[in-house]
Design a protein around this ligand. Structure first.
Ligand code: HEC
Length: 136
């Protein structure tokens, strides 16, 4: 019984409010013409590279980066930074790439991704390559 009312004081306060006949406070009205500040935290939050990867890359490169039947593993040794630097990533994401290392077909340009998301997803992939190690 006590557990249902985990915060006993809050429950008591609710009961008091219910019994209170005084009218509710009027909602504050905005009188300024200034643009409203962003209402969602998302407007201020830097994109999360892991989420960007899952949204734009996982379909072909695999949720675990290890590839699918549509694209190669991002842990292949050929994607280590000295062979495919960050510049190669930016170009591939923006412009796509012709089939040349594998037999999955071309990588199309990734539509709708922002510059900031590109930088974040590259950082994420680099961190995962370091954490998981390259496949030989
Ligand atoms: C529709 C499938 C698909 C999607 C989505 C996709 N890729 Fe690819 N990607 C490929 C294929 C296929 C290749 C291999 C091309 C080859 O070398 O034969 C490739 C190759 C690459 C390469 C190597 C480019 C080069 O110069 O050899 C990078 C880097 C890469 N992808 C990164 C990404 C990242 C990061 C994302 C997400 C932002 C992404 N890809 C999304 C299919 C995809």
């Amino acid at each position: 019984m006590v557990a249902v009312c985990a915060v006993a004081l809050a429950c008591a306060a609710d009961a008091d409010d219910a019994g209170d006949a005084s009218p509710a406070e009027p909602a504050p009205t905005v009188t300024s013409d200034a643009p409203a500040p962003p209402t969602t935290a998302a407007a201020l939050v830097v994109p999360d590279g892991a989420a960007v990867y899952q949204q734009y890359c996982a379909e072909c490169h695999g949720v675990d980066l290890r590839g699918t039947d549509k694209g190669p593993s991002q842990l292949s040794i050929i994607y280590e930074p000295n062979h495919h630097g960050d510049y190669a990533y930016r170009v591939a994401i923006r412009d796509g790439t012709r089939e040349h290392h594998w037999w999955f077909g071309d990588m199309p340009p990734v539509e709708g991704i922002t510059d900031l998301e590109i930088e974040k997803v590259i950082s994420y992939i680099r961190a995962e390559q370091e954490r998981l190690g390259f496949e030989q």
